[in-house]
Write a protein that binds this ligand. Structure first.
Ligand code: FES
Ligand SMILES: [Fe+2]
Length: 405
């Protein structure tokens, strides 16, 4: 599996980390980051803009192929006020449909996850739909005038996979998934993300805007203060580097002080996995997904809005397939460890939210190590359309020149 991409990535990471280790001043060729208005984190006005122009036009990570092991396996995506069926058909393809019956709007599936072996059958009057969404059966069809079944299929949602990760997009004219994530996919190299399996899922409601929480995970600046005992001994935060990619994506790399964090001592010494034993490598994927690549234990995170100052974070733990008892024990400990680390961060969020809404703070300041926070905010404005954003809520784009092609 050792190939050119991995070599390039390793060389690139080592070089960037070494450069960062030796840096003593603010980089001369890097712009100062202007203040980000507090209203972007708490106002109804900005929330509404995101709900109208960001979420319905973005590729959203909704699952992993391992969650759909057989024909008929399905899961409901229930964020953003929606209910969307993600399901695997008998042809192996994973599709997405709004969970809405075309008769009178009942939800077709009520359980969050399961297997529907043949057809989706509405629990209200038993209209049934094939796995490809087409309307198959209408009881007592004689009661309907001019019933055109071909125009009454389930409402489809764009759906695609990248390295085993499943994404949907509510915009039928969206940029192709492969184009959108090309920078990240290239960087992931040969890492077998598609072969990982979900070990645990933790959903954490939060009293803050989704960006308050996501910002926290998009920088390492707080680690020495907040995670003094849990992470700081293992990560050399001074070596943290961010590369900014097109479409709002990024890559983080940090040198590990010790390889025991997240069970990395289980990694065999050969192959591309070695890179991740020595370096923590994370891919923030616009708009709301965060993938820490690790051959042993990954806590892939997504953040979803529930209101201007309410949100939810979903932690999906991924690891290599292993049905042994030892693996179960390992993951019990790992899930607890990851949840405990996250709780060290989360105690701060509600107060940050209150203070951002207080009117006392014009906005938030971001330093060089926090550049990825500013980068995704720039992308949010590009997605919404700068002309739609009131001046007091806009940010000034300054980072395009730092983007790595
Ligand atoms: S609402 Fe679904 S069959 Fe009537
Ligand atoms: Fe943290």
């Amino acid at each position: 599996m050792e190939d050119v991409v991995v070599h390039d990535q390793r060389a690139n990471i080592i070089k960037a980390v070494d450069r960062e280790t030796n840096r003593t001043n603010y980089p001369e060729d890097f712009p100062a980051l202007p203040v980000v208005p507090a209203g972007r984190y708490g106002s109804q006005e900005f929330y509404d803009l995101e709900m109208k122009h960001l979420w319905p036009k973005s590729w959203l990570q909704v699952g992993h192929v391992c969650e759909f092991p057989q024909s008929g396996s399905y899961k409901l995506f229930e964020q953003l006020g929606l209910s969307i069926i993600i399901s695997r058909g008998p042809d192996g393809e994973i599709r997405a449909f709004h969970n809405i019956c075309r008769h009178r709007g009942s939800a077709l599936l009520l359980e969050k996850q399961g297997v529907v072996p043949r057809r989706f059958v509405c629990p209200y009057h038993s209209w049934s739909y094939d796995p490809d969404g087409s309307l198959a059966g209408v009881p007592e069809a004689r009661n309907f005038a001019c019933l055109d079944k071909s125009s009454l299929g389930l409402l489809p949602v764009l759906c695609g996979t990248m390295r085993g990760m499943i994404f949907i997009n509510l915009d039928p004219n969206a940029m192709p998934l492969a184009t959108f994530f090309a920078p990240t996919e290239q960087q992931i190299g040969d890492f077998p993300l598609q072969d990982m399996v979900v070990k645990d899922v933790v959903t954490i409601p939060m009293d803050c805007n989704w960006k308050v929480s996501m910002d926290n995970f998009m920088e390492i600046y707080h680690v020495n203060t907040v995670h003094t005992k849990s992470i700081a001994p293992f990560l050399d935060s001074k070596t943290f580097t961010a590369e900014l990619y097109k479409n709002g994506h990024a890559r983080f790399a940090t040198r590990k002080r010790a390889s025991t964090i997240f069970g990395a001592d289980k990694v065999t010494p050969d192959g591309p996995a070695q890179l991740y034993k020595d370096y923590s490598v994370v891919f923030p994927m616009f708009p709301n997904s965060f993938i820490p690549i690790d051959p042993v234990a990954m806590a892939w995170q997504t953040w979803w809005p529930l209101g201007p100052n309410k949100s939810v974070m979903i932690l999906t733990m991924l690891g290599p397939k292993d049905d042994s008892e030892a693996d179960k024990v390992f993951w019990k400990g790992m899930s607890a460890q990851i949840a405990s680390i996250a709780s060290e961060d989360m105690v701060l969020f509600a107060d940050i939210q209150r203070n951002l809404e207080s009117g006392l703070l014009p906005g938030v300041l971001m330093g060089y190590q926090e550049q990825a926070l500013y980068w995704y905010q720039e992308e949010i404005d590009r997605r919404i359309g700068i002309e739609r954003i009131p001046e007091h809520l806009r940010i000034t784009p300054v980072l395009a020149g730092q983007m790595v092609d």
